[in-house]
Design a binder for this molecule. Structure first.
Ligand code: PGA
Length: 250
């Protein structure tokens, strides 16, 4: 059985006080399904405090990014080792907003994946096409190329800690969602790509999450697909009830 995962990507939202309040609202829900792993990814500045809040709970902590460098003179960057030291367990890498606004390439993301793994962080690795690529019907090629570039040199032993998030860029924050059939089609394609590179066992065990305007009203039909193992949630993860309702949608 593959893990079911719902991860909340808070992006650049909440102050420390409102972030801590959101966590306490999420924690009030004692009826979170036991077989669903809930992950929250607040801004860097919140991680240390949120980590304390999550102690002795089942909710896991993620960062939204990490540096591709080990440590040293990289002003403004945050190293994987620093994230690990404050209790972070996962890190979102390769998000399309990092690609679009901060010029991250598959090569840079590849370095980040390696450094995250070397420091004991589990990467949630994003892929997905922009609208123009979908319209040209080249989205399969785009995603295959991203996966190849991002996982270059990652061994099967390392790959077992990877979670993949398919996020069509045209669906992120737009209110447009991929249809369940569109999601299933490309998730199955991603799984075949994993199988080719890493074999059947890892292809079967790797969680592939859907992201892009996933909300309580559409999560059920998305998660019902054989190859959709949960969601990476942006906007809806900022409302405790919505986030929990999504987790209950399996
Ligand atoms: P959204 O964002 O749910 O607000 O579309 C998803 C994401 O970017 O991870």
């Amino acid at each position: 059985m593959r893990k079911k995962i719902v991860a909340g990507n808070w992006k650049m939202n909440t102050t420390l006080p409102t972030g801590l309040l959101l966590v306490s609202e999420i924690l009030k829900n004692t009826d979170i399904p036991k077989d669903v792993i809930l992950i929250i990814a607040p801004p860097f500045t919140h991680l240390s405090e949120v980590s304390k809040q999550l102690k002795n709970t089942s909710i896991k902590l993620a960062a939204q990014n990490c540096s591709q460098f080990d440590q040293g003179a990289y002003t403004g960057e945050v190293a994987a080792s620093i994230l690990k030291s404050v209790g972070t367990e996962y890190v979102i890498l390769g998000h399309s907003e990092r690609r679009a606004y901060f010029a991250e390439t598959d090569l840079v993301i590849n370095s980040k994946i390696k450094i995250a793994l070397a420091n004991g962080l589990k990467p949630i690795v994003c892929c997905g096409e922009v609208l123009e690529e979908r319209e040209k019907n080249i989205h399969f090629d785009v995603v295959a190329k991203q996966l190849k570039g991002m996982f270059e040199g990652i061994t099967p032993d390392q790959f077992k800690d990877i979670i993949i998030a398919y996020e069509p860029v045209w669906a992120i924050g737009t209110g447009k969602t991929a249809s369940p059939a569109q999601a299933q089609e490309i998730h199955a394609f991603i799984r075949i790509n994993i199988e080719k590179a890493y074999g059947t066992e890892l292809a079967h065990s790797t969680p592939i999450l859907y992201g892009g305007s996933c909300k309580p009203s559409n999560a059920k039909e998305l998660f019902a697909n054989a190859d959709v193992d949960g969601g990476l949630i942006g906007g809806a993860s900022l409302v405790a009830k919505d986030f929990i309702d999504i987790a209950k949608s399996f």
